[in-house]
Design a binder for this molecule. Structure first.
Ligand code: IPM
Ligand code: MN
Length: 361
């Protein structure tokens, strides 16, 4: 029987609540599909930071390396200055574990209210492959004359050919396996590069050259499109059905996936995976810690459940993953009144119970 060691970081705010529901469903899936899970909880986040000054200790990073996968709730605390926990925990984990892909599906499920007029589940069904280690996230930069009227602040977007190539390779492979043709819903598998070659003439020049070189040489059957990031936002709203797989740098990927999340019904449902294809990956709902809903039992756990579902697919438990997705669709399509916190018609744990029971049944 396959057995997986999973690290669980509930984190801040509503993170632990939604993670508990994901774990509930994970256990039901393990039972049903015949695999086992050993879970190890980590107490990381704002409370621990305020108590001990620690964010993500190096010793914990070493422990995290040993897991088959990591499930993360949310990071961010209202009493901690923005940036400390994000950099100290989330970004540190992504960098230290070299999770160089951030895979973010934008998928509208049945019954989910979509803010885009006239668009349904067949129109909003694509994936963003966000590079997850470089760009403005590299930490390069600094101040001079800080606090004076002549202050200068610099934050540098950094990409190496190696980072770009490994991300593109993942994206082309992904488009070949999961693109619209591969899924039987289109004529072609398409990979679109989202860049800004008209202004960022160094970094996105590198991306564009690497994209076409690799595509032409190694993936001639995958159609290549290019969009500037501002136009990408426009088409994500106006013609989302044009997209299949989008690959982009870290900063644009961060921004366009929040836009994508809103078009798929919001933070209650949007999930992502920080993936190291050769190492340990970490899965998380892409919404934040939602402090104002903490402990009220009103937050939607489906995003965390979908993150766990992505984790199972990555671990090779495809049947369990497919079943969970099916059940989530039934729940959004026929049960929940809304995906918004407090308006689901069910509590957080009732949603988790419902999904777990249907997965088990
Ligand atoms: C995300 C988040 C993070 C990011 C923050 C919390 C550091 O917005 O996962 O998209 O910018 O990557
Ligand atoms: Mn973000």
């Amino acid at each position: 029987m396959a057995s997986y060691n999973i690290g669980v970081i509930g984190g801040d705010g509503t993170g632990p609540e939604v993670t508990a529901e994901a774990v509930k469903v994970l256990k039901a899936a393990a039972e049903k599909f015949g695999f086992s899970v050993n879970l190890t909880d980590y107490d990381l986040g704002g409370e621990r930071y305020m108590r001990t000054g620690e964010t993500l200790p190096d010793s914990v990073v070493e422990e995290l390396r040993g897991f088959d996968a990591i499930l993360l709730g949310a990071i961010g605390h209202p009493d901690v200055k923005p940036g400390i926990l994000e950099k100290g925990i989330l970004l540190k984990a992504r960098f230290a574990l070299d999770q160089y892909i951030n895979l973010r599906p934008v998928k509208l499920f049945p019954g989910v209210e979509c803010p885009l007029k006239g668009k349904g589940p067949e129109d909003i069904d694509y994936v963003v492959v966000r590079e997850n280690t470089g760009d403005l996230y590299s930490g390069a930069g600094g101040f001079t004359l800080k606090g004076t009227p002549d202050e200068v602040a610099i934050q540098t977007s950094v990409y190496t050919r190696f980072q770009v190539d490994r991300c593109l390779k993942y994206a082309f492979e992904y488009a070949g396996k999961h693109g619209k043709k591969a899924r039987g819903v289109g004529e072609e598998n398409t990979l679109a590069l989202c860049g800004k070659t008209n202004v960022l003439t160094f970094v996105y020049d590198l991306w564009e050259r690497a994209f076409h070189e690799m595509g032409e040489k190694e993936y001639p059957d995958i159609r290549r499109d290019y969009y500037h990031v501002d136009a990408t936002c426009m088409w994500m709203v106006k013609n989302p059905e044009w997209f299949d797989v989008i690959v982009t740098g870290n900063m644009f990927g961060d921004i366009i996936t929040d836009l994508g999340a809103m078009t798929q019904g919001g933070m209650g449902i949007a999930a992502g995976g920080n993936i190291n294809p050769e190492g340990v990956s970490m899965f998380e709902p892409i919404g934040g810690s939602a402090p104002k809903y903490t402990g009220k039992g009103v937050i939607n756990p489906l995003a965390a459940i979908c993150a766990m579902q992505m984790m199972l697919e990555t671990l090779g438990q495809g049947a369990a993953g497919a079943r969970i997705e099916e059940v989530v669709k039934i729940v959004t399509g026929t049960k929940l009144k809304s995906l918004a916190a407090g308006r689901m018609g069910y509590s957080t744990s009732e949603v988790g119970d419902m999904v777990a029971e249907m997965v088990a049944g």
